[in-house]
Design a binder for this molecule. Structure first.
Ligand code: MG
Length: 327
């Protein structure tokens, strides 16, 4: 097997801003593993907050591919989870190409998943909200996920709700410090239909998060509070559900394990993504198909998706049959 790595530059349709970071282009290395007959690719997708992470750049410069003969070699490495994900997905794509199968079959899951994603709205000036919703046809989606920060979140949420009739999913990316600040916002929005409130508090803030979960009428979902570890009592105490992402988990195998652990422990599952291509999104659809909610619009935010492995029909995502589900 031969491994290689190629940088890919991805341009976004609109500037993407969340609490803690902002990007207009992303550089995602693509890992390829091949022999004379078979090939697999995986994408190293960084979160917006990590878009220029020096640790990742350094690890990639010094990476020794000869150490990766199997999935467990990759899983046991001490590399950044996004790199481990790129490596494992490339290897899985290579193996399914060799066996003429797909990722669903590889993990013994139902084939040809069809899922409904929300569409995302980044942090925007309030006077730009109506135009963003119109330009991106957000009304075609049953739900939208809006990013907020501490700057006038109420005005922003009200403006979205005034221009969009579906349900809202609110992602605060850790911008609040107390449960009472979160509840003050929630209590002003009782007339708005909200699926969940994602990561309002700091990722390690056990005390306030536990309090918020007890008091909140909206389900509270953890995202930054879950990285690549197994689900544990902190998650169960502080959240109603968790956002599982393949790149964050360190690969498809650990993401599936997190999903199954959530389901055993009675936690809801949101399968999320980075701003990334359909190479990764198609894998997330297959691995995460049993989830309660899907936030897999990352490839729809790109000006150009080089893989075209997923078809979108008004938020209904299916694997693109003309491309197959392997890559
Ligand atoms: Mg989030």
């Amino acid at each position: 097997m031969k491994w290689s790595i190629h940088p890919t530059e991805l341009k976004l349709k609109n500037k993407w801003s969340i609490n803690g970071g902002s990007v207009q282009t992303k550089k995602h290395p693509i890992i390829t593993v091949s022999d004379d007959q078979h090939t697999g690719h995986g994408e190293i997708a960084l979160s917006t907050k990590e878009a220029s992470n020096d640790l990742i750049v350094e690890q990639l410069k010094r990476i020794d591919f000869s150490q990766f003969g199997s999935q467990s070699d990759i899983q046991q490495s001490r590399l950044h989870p996004a790199i481990k994900h790129g490596l494992e997905l490339a290897l899985i794509h290579y193996l399914v190409d060799k066996n003429n199968s797909n990722i669903s079959q590889f993990f013994s899951l139902k084939e040809n998943p069809s899922i409904k994603t929300n569409f995302s709205i980044p942090i925007l000036p309030v006077d730009k909200v109506a135009n963003y919703i119109e330009q991106n046809s957000v009304h075609h989606y049953e739900s939208c996920k809006l990013k907020i920060d501490g700057q006038k979140p109420l005005d922003f949420i009200r403006e979205v709700a005034r221009n969009y009739k579906g349900t809202l999913r609110i992602d605060a990316n850790e911008c609040f410090t107390t449960a009472s600040d979160c509840l003050a916002l929630i209590n002003k929005l009782h007339d708005i239909q909200v699926d969940f409130f994602e990561q309002p508090l700091g990722r390690d803030n056990l005390q306030e998060s536990e309090l918020l979960k007890k008091e909140s009428p909206w389900p509270i979902i953890g995202d930054e509070s879950l990285q690549n570890e197994d689900i544990n009592s902190f998650h169960v105490t502080c959240f109603d559900g968790l956002n599982v992402k393949l790149a964050k988990a360190g690969g498809p195998t650990q993401a599936l394990r997190q999903i199954q652990q959530c389901q055993k422990l009675g936690l809801k599952v949101l399968v999320g993504c980075m701003v990334e291509t359909s190479l990764n999104i198609s894998a997330a659809m297959q691995v995460g198909q049993q989830a309660d909610w899907f936030d897999l619009d990352g490839f729809l935010l790109l000006e150009n998706d080089p893989y075209e492995l997923v078809k979108n029909n008004h938020g209904n995502l299916t694997l693109n049959p003309s491309k197959g589900s392997r890559s």
